[in-house]
Design a protein around this ligand. Structure first.
Ligand code: WA2
Length: 269
């Protein structure tokens, strides 16, 4: 009868949605873990060695060879913290001028975060001041104040224009105590390691491989502000069968942000 058909359909929907949420969360977590390891790599070879034994070729090679460890990131890059007083020296050493994310020479700022190392897949970030983009800038400020990996809200990424979120981890100079104050953290900040989760294409890829993919419609939302959910993945205008839906919890590891996954059938079950 109808009631038991719907009950069975709901059970199936719950299990498909929970499976997808768990897979996405796991792939997110392994990607973030590996960026943590890259932060240690930078710290070891760029800051514990004097002179630095890290350079663009080494970074590009290592991150290219280990990209399978970060399945949801379209690439990683390292941006150096440069104070305005250091800018002239920095630019003459590098042999280039810091540019804004619009590609123009950067106007004067208190400080900058130009990308000096990049994975080949995101080489377009080189020389760009990541503090010149609103979402990236907020991430940089929040990551260095907390010492934690942080995420932006969903926005259109550079170059691909795909919907995604950016991950940022701070890299500190040596000797920062574990219980450092916010001021000490900011003071000791050397740079920022991060990358973009290309949610639009890489999550699509992940979900496409699962059984039952044709049967359900999946959305992922940033629900940090409960009354204004921001779409992160899936169709913008609710498609599919409205009478049955399931919400699976998602934890992407940034306690400042809340996410969830909403699943529905594409047709009446
Ligand atoms: N990475 C890739 N695409 C982007 C992007 C980004 N940020 N921002 C906009 N589109 C180097 O926080 C440091 C990476 C930012 C890290």
């Amino acid at each position: 009868n109808l009631i038991s058909t719907m009950a069975t359909a709901e059970e199936a929907l719950i299990s498909m949605c929970d499976e997808r949420a768990r897979m996405l969360q796991d792939q997110f977590a392994v990607s973030v873990n590996h960026v943590h390891a890259l932060a240690v790599l930078i710290s070891t070879f760029h800051f514990q060695k004097n002179p630095s034994v890290m350079d663009q070729d080494t970074f590009a090679f290592y991150t290219g060879m280990t990209s399978f460890e970060r399945p949801l990131l379209n690439g990683v890059a390292y941006a150096q913290r440069v104070l305005h007083s250091e800018r002239r020296n920095f630019e003459s050493q590098q042999g280039w001028t810091i540019k804004t994310m619009k590609g123009e020479p950067s106007p004067e700022q208190d400080e900058y975060a130009p990308v000096i190392f990049s994975q080949e897949t995101v080489s377009y970030l080189e020389v760009l001041d990541m503090m010149s983009g609103e979402e990236d800038r907020e991430n940089i400020l929040r990551s260095r104040a907390t010492g934690k990996a942080v995420l932006t809200n969903p926005f259109r990424l550079l170059e691909s224009n795909h919907l995604g979120v950016v991950l940022t981890l701070p890299v500190y100079r040596m000797g920062l105590p574990a219980d450092a104050t916010v001021e000490e953290r900011i003071e000791a900040t050397a740079g920022y390691l991060g990358g973009a989760f290309d949610v639009e294409s890489l999550v699509e890829n992940l979900l496409r491989k699962l059984a039952g993919n044709q049967d359900i419609v999946v959305n992922v939302y940033d629900v940090t502000n409960n009354s204004d959910p921001l779409i992160m993945y899936g169709p913008r205008y609710s498609e599919g069968y409205k009478l049955l839906s399931h919400v699976s919890m998602l934890d992407f590891g940034d306690p400042f942000r809340k996410h969830d996954m909403v699943c529905r059938y594409s047709q009446k079950p």
